[in-house]
Design a binder for this molecule. Structure first.
Ligand SMILES: [Zn+2]
Length: 137
């Protein structure tokens, strides 16, 4: 692959489990003249399970746009965290992530809840983790 072609390669910068989330970020990037490609969108229109199995909806940009896109993507996630209360209650850091096992538990409870009724939804396991101080909630 020559240098020019390499410059134009698409790289994955974000994954989503809902079409609307993917298109919000797409719109924010396209406003800044960043070319966006979205992959595996069709899976999410089936069931959430299909979306999870396929690894989610992938948002790709040209790697030559990465420097321009990075602050927009970072800002998008920071706003999401503030809006959804994803701020560490201990140290107020925005550097928090969904705890992977917590996410799996949430998903299993949601599926069990959907199959057997709402009884399983009562249990809400901790699923957020602060990368700054390690606090989980
Ligand atoms: Zn913290």
């Amino acid at each position: 692959m020559d240098a020019k072609k390499k410059q134009q390669a698409f790289i994955e910068v974000a994954r989503f489990f809902t079409v609307s989330d993917a298109h919000i970020l797409r719109a924010l990037l396209e406003v800044e003249d960043i070319e966006v490609s979205i992959l595996d969108e069709q899976f999410s229109s089936l069931t959430p399970v299909d979306s999870v199995i396929s690894g989610g909806i992938k948002l790709l940009i040209l790697n030559s746009d990465i420097d321009k896109a990075e602050p927009i993507i970072q800002n998008y996630y920071d706003n999401l965290k503030v809006e959804s209360g994803h701020v560490c209650p201990e140290c107020q850091s925005l550097d928090v992530n969904r705890d992977y096992m917590g996410q799996v538990k949430m998903f299993v409870y949601a599926v069990l809840g959907a199959i057997f009724g709402t009884g399983f939804n009562r249990k809400t396991p901790e699923y957020m983790k602060c990368n700054s101080c390690g606090y989980k909630w």
